[in-house]
Design a protein around this ligand. Structure first.
Ligand code: ADP
Ligand code: ADP
Length: 237
């Protein structure tokens, strides 16, 4: 289980964007973190991984199974960040460098974090791309040579490269059409089941959250408000 306990986060300008937030994410489940724009959803996930801008202050605890994240030295935190928990960043472009092929980006991510030979890394990249439904030679492409949905699939594949136990996805379906949105949601559901992975998905789309997630957590003005199961209709807090 990933557990966030009483997490508060303040940006360098003094703005307190997250206030004593609590959250639990179990293996194999999709938890949707919903709330209006500016309620602190993105800040919560980046803060929980020690990824806020320099000069921000964070208090509280984050556990990945029995590992207390902030108690680890920086290098240990970086390892956890790929091997235990991984990220799909907001916006389909932000996960990729525009000037590198998908192959180069995969290899860089894997070389840095796994000790694989180039041949093994390539084989793993192909396997991961197949897992997310990208058959054919996507490795040779540049990010701009893929559709929005394909880029999002590719970002998910890359986040899986170290076989993490948890995945945090920031608005994974923003800027996609409704059919592609549903496809990405189905993909995430399949991954959660198959890999017994806990997926935390940030979204402002309540309908999408209720149709996909096992659990929903609402954020409002920096605070988390636990709700009942997602089949219950949620009113704005
Ligand atoms: P959400 O993901 O729910 O839309 P965010 O976590 O992105 O919300 O933002 C929460 C609040 O923190 C917003 O009011 C936003 O303007 C503010 N914020 C985000 N980034 C910074 C920053 N670098 N410095 C100061 N305030 C920020
Ligand atoms: P480095 O020390 O090489 O810069 P970090 O682990 O500190 O690497 O992360 C740098 C950036 O990479 C972060 O700001 C974040 O946006 C992104 N990042 C970190 N971990 C992950 C991950 N598991 N999945 C995707 N992106 C990540």
């Amino acid at each position: 289980m990933m557990r966030i306990s009483s997490l508060s986060a303040t940006y360098p300008n003094g703005f307190n964007a997250v206030k004593k937030a609590d959250l639990k994410l179990s293996s194999g489940e999709i938890l949707a973190l919903v709330g209006e724009s500016g309620s602190g959803k993105s800040t919560l996930i980046y803060a929980s991984l020690g990824l806020l801008p320099k000069g921000s202050s964070v208090s509280g605890k984050v556990f990945f199974d029995d590992i207390e994240f902030f108690a680890l030295p920086k290098e240990g935190q970086r390892k956890i960040r790929w091997k235990k928990v991984s990220l799909v960043l907001q916006g389909t472009m932000s996960s990729f460098t525009p000037v590198l092929t998908i192959k180069r980006q995969f290899l860089e991510a894997m070389e840095e974090h796994l000790s694989l030979t180039p041949g093994e890394a390539m084989a793993k990249a192909v396997e991961l791309l197949e897992e997310v439904g990208l058959e054919g030679n996507f490795l040779a492409r540049y990010p701009h040579e893929m559709s929005g949905g394909q880029k999002q699939r590719c970002a998910i594949a890359m986040a899986l490269c170290c076989d993490p136990d948890y995945l945090l996805a920031d608005e994974p379906t923003t800027a996609l059409d409704v059919i592609t949105q549903a496809e990405i949601m189905n993909l995430l559901k399949g991954i959660a089941k198959r890999r017994n992975m806990g997926i935390l998905m940030v979204t402002h789309d309540l309908a999408l959250a209720s149709s996909t997630a096992d659990e929903i957590c609402v954020m409002y003005q920096g605070c988390t408000i636990e709700t009942e199961r997602s089949d219950i209709i949620i009113k704005s807090p």
